[in-house]
Design a protein around this ligand. Structure first.
Ligand code: HPA
Ligand code: ZN
Length: 335
């Protein structure tokens, strides 16, 4: 099964580039930029990755990002992730970035996006992995700050497929950002939002009805509301679920308690993703392996999860069909 999972053609739709920052690279970039971390070693950093909830993770995640200053830093970070993803047979990925984490420290928007975009273009040319970029607004900051960030993004519109919403969920409902998402949609961006990770089903409804999202990021609290489940199934709204993230942030106690299989069986279009793999103990293979072993998934379940991701992606209909044909060829060869 592990080899099957590794070989399975996969798409990743919920991945924060700042969450792929492995401690080794963090130290290397910190050293070359003359930025000191409060940790003395890679081991000490990894020991600090004991989280109790979303906020306890976010505090250290924003801290690590402080060493990123130059275009080359963002390039190196993105290249390292794309290389790793490609090695795990992820053939398409849609990457989140948090510009405010950097612009609020004085790093220009242009520096961030040029570094990330450069690595994405090189990875497509050299590794064959395709990717798209989604700008996330930090929801613990104001709606006005989000609007300013959107304005900064407009000159780079061709490099950004969509906008999303991340950071501290509870107390920052989607409707707080209604105006900025309306403007983003008018500018042609596709809309996604984190909702129902720690926040209630009501936040998922708001993301759907007020922000007009194409996908819900996380959404694992959906089964608490039967009407919402009915809506998600009827409209085939994808959920980008992140199993290891949910365990590390104590959304579920154990992988055996995770509801991804239950949601798959309900007919919800669920997908598997790694969220912040450097912090949560694994990339795509490790996430698939964890749920396969913990929830006893069959090869057909794994196939369906992968197919859902291609269907839920922002690829064109022709590109989606090509990936699904490749997935079907893979399945025929392995059954
Ligand atoms: N949730 C909210 N904000 C985040 C996450 C997440 O899973 N990862 C990085 N920022
Ligand atoms: Zn996330």
């Amino acid at each position: 099964m592990r080899e099957f999972i590794h070989q399975l053609p996969k798409a990743e739709l919920h991945l924060h580039i700042e969450g792929t920052f492995e401690p080794e690279l963090m130290f290397e970039i910190g050293r070359r930029n003359g930025v000191k971390l409060r940790f003395k070693s890679v081991d000490e950093v990894r020991k600090a990755y004991a989280f109790t909830d979303l906020q306890s993770f976010l505090d250290i995640y924003y801290e690590g990002a402080q060493v990123l200053l130059k275009e080359q830093d963002f390039y190196d970070l993105t290249w390292a992730y794309l290389k790793k993803a490609s090695e795990q047979n992820v053939c398409h990925t849609e990457i989140f970035f948090d510009p405010q984490t950097h612009t609020d420290r004085g790093v220009p928007f242009e520096t961030v996006i040029k570094g990330i975009h450069g690595a994405m273009a090189d990875a497509e040319a050299k590794l064959g992995i395709t990717s798209k970029l989604i700008l996330c607004f930090l929801r613990h900051l104001s709606a006005e700050a989000a609007m300013e960030t959107l304005e900064q993004a407009l000159p780079y519109k061709e490099w950004i497929i969509g906008v999303g919403l991340d950071s501290s969920e509870v107390g920052h409902p989607p409707k707080k950002f209604a105006a900025v998402f309306k403007r983003a949609e008018e500018e042609g961006f596709l809309i996604v939002a984190h909702a129902g990770e720690e926040g209630p089903p009501e936040y998922i409804w708001q993301a759907l009805k007020t922000l007009n999202v194409r996908r819900i990021d996380h959404g694992v609290r959906s089964p608490e509301d039967p009407e919402l489940v009915k809506y998600l199934v009827e409209h085939q709204i994808p959920l980008t679920v992140c199993p290891l993230s949910n365990i590390k942030l104590c959304v579920f106690d154990r992988i055996e308690d995770h509801n991804i299989k239950e949601m798959l069986d309900m007919g919800i279009k669920v997908t598997v993703n790694s969220d912040d793999p450097a912090y949560f103990g694994g990339y795509m293979d490790e996430n698939f392996i964890a749920i396969q072993e913990g929830l006893h998934l069959s090869r057909e379940d794994l196939y369906q999860l992968s197919k859902n991701a291609f269907e839920a992606s922002f690829l064109t209909p022709d590109e989606k069909q090509k990936r699904i044909d490749e997935l079907d060829t893979f399945m025929k060869a392995h059954s």
